[in-house]
Design a protein around this ligand. Structure first.
Ligand SMILES: [Fe+2]
Ligand SMILES: [Fe+2]
Length: 215
């Protein structure tokens, strides 16, 4: 499977003296954010499949669900969304008449983080639950998936599009220089042990998809 590499701040810092190179860094940043979105859509597809199984009382993989939500908390909420907040903060300094709708991005991120944490905490250790509890949980998971997909779609149309239009600006590298974000623990250079099951699952699914394509 393609391994998405989180761009490093070392690359920004080594290119910050050139306006063209800084613009490249912005492009790289938005490119990485888009790659994050593709990864998250893949995970939400997996989550939706497991949610469906839970709702149908069939063999859902609760451990896999927990790993997906843990990844969302560990990477999306800690790296991806803060990086978008930085991008939004930068754009505000560039565009006095920035779209008011972008004002809600930071609040959206806080709300998504709270929802992810709440749902992850509600995933039971054992599949056995009452029907009412299961319905409540699966409804929350469906709503979460829809909310995050809508959020990403909106970002691509507004925040990322605006960033694409951004010309060279030395402030970008300066702004990011003090931030040291960790590598992606699932799609980055090294798959962390705690996400190994999820990684293997994704690999098997991609192999299966390719096999279906050629049969
Ligand atoms: Fe976001
Ligand atoms: Fe995003």
């Amino acid at each position: 499977m393609p391994r998405i590499m989180l761009f490093t701040f070392a690359r920004i810092l080594t290119t910050r003296d050139s306006g063209v190179a800084v613009k490249q860094s912005i492009e790289m940043t938005v490119g990485e954010l888009r790659a994050d979105h593709r990864n998250m859509v893949l995970l939400l597809d997996l989550l939706d499949s497991e949610t469906q199984r839970m709702a149908e009382l069939s063999d859902a993989d609760y451990e896999l669900v927990r790993e997906i939500l843990s990844y969302m908390m560990e990477y999306s909420d800690v790296v991806h969304h803060p990086k978008e907040d930085l991008l939004y903060g930068y754009l505000k300094t560039r565009y006095a008449d920035i779209d008011d709708s972008l004002e809600k991005i930071e609040a959206d991120h806080a709300a998504l983080a709270a929802t992810t944490s709440k749902i992850c905490g509600a995933i039971p250790a054992q599949p056995a639950r009452s029907t009412a509890e299961l319905q409540s949980l699966t409804s929350a998971m469906v709503a979460y998936s829809r909310e995050l997909r809508n959020h990403m779609f909106w970002e691509e149309k507004t925040l990322f599009s605006l960033a694409d239009e951004t010309a060279d600006d030395g402030g970008w590298a300066t702004m990011l220089g003090g931030h040291d974000l960790p590598d992606d623990p699932l799609f980055g250079r090294k798959v962390r042990k705690r996400f190994r099951k999820l990684f293997n699952h994704i690999q098997r699914r991609m192999v299966w998809d390719v096999q279906q394509y050629f049969t």
